[in-house]
Design a protein around this ligand. Structure first.
Ligand code: ITT
Length: 194
């Protein structure tokens, strides 16, 4: 039987909203960890997105024993050797991530401003765990633009707009999170049928 409901192990309301927007049309309801009765915030001390996603998913799965996903994601900037990467959330104090990144990138020329958002999803149920990933390639702009989305979206250019200037629907179609969650859907269909 196809899974109809998942718990998302996150304290990030924007990730939860996007996962709902992406999975609802596919027939999967996403409960927050709080709705499922878990209140977890484990230390994310893994060296990779996959390790951290699994740490978060396991903590909540142990509390709720319902099919659970966790998302570990971040921004990898070419000119910064892939930083901030797994440290994206800890790169700057709350609300200062975009400004700090623009400052660190201020002398980097146009053709060296490439970057990618990466998202790894860990899924766990009673049959074990599975890891999925998605990427979204773009470039770092020169100023913050747009008010949609969250995090680094106002400085991440896809074509001539920032991710924060896209509608939710436009973002979800091309985003790292959209790609990883659609892969999750295909995995679940393989494992559990239609
Ligand atoms: P949880 O661990 O509770 O899920 P978190 O916000 O701490 O929430 P991460 O540890 O995975 O999540 O850190 C992700 C970082 O990458 C964080 O700074 C986000 O703002 C940023 N990020 C992830 N996806 C993004 C997106 O779609 N747009 C902009 N920034 C994003």
């Amino acid at each position: 039987m196809m899974i109809k409901q998942l718990v998302m192990a996150t304290n990030n309301a924007n990730k939860l909203r996007e996962a709902r927007e992406i999975l609802a049309p596919l027939g999967i309801e996403v409960l927050s960890q709080r709705e499922a009765g878990a209140n977890c915030d484990p230390e994310e001390n893994g060296a990779t997105f996959a390790e951290n996603a699994l740490i978060k998913a396991k903590a909540v799965y142990e509390a709720v024993t319902l099919p659970t996903i966790a998302d570990d994601s971040g921004l990898c900037v070419d000119a910064m050797d892939g930083r901030p990467g797994v440290h994206s959330a800890r790169y700057a104090p709350e609300g200062q991530h975009c400004a700090k990144l623009l400052e660190e990138m201020q002398d980097v020329p146009e053709d060296k401003r490439g970057a990618a958002f990466r998202c790894t999803i860990a899924y766990i149920d009673e049959n074990g765990h599975h890891i999925m990933s998605g990427d979204c390639k773009g470039a770092i702009g020169y100023e913050q633009r747009g008010t949609n989305g969250f995090g680094y979206d106002p400085v991440f250019m896809v074509g001539d707009r920032t991710m924060a200037e896209l509608t939710a629907e436009e973002k979800n179609k091309i985003s790292h999170r959209g790609a990883a969650l659609r892969e999750l859907y295909h995995f679940l269909k393989e494992r559990y049928g239609e």
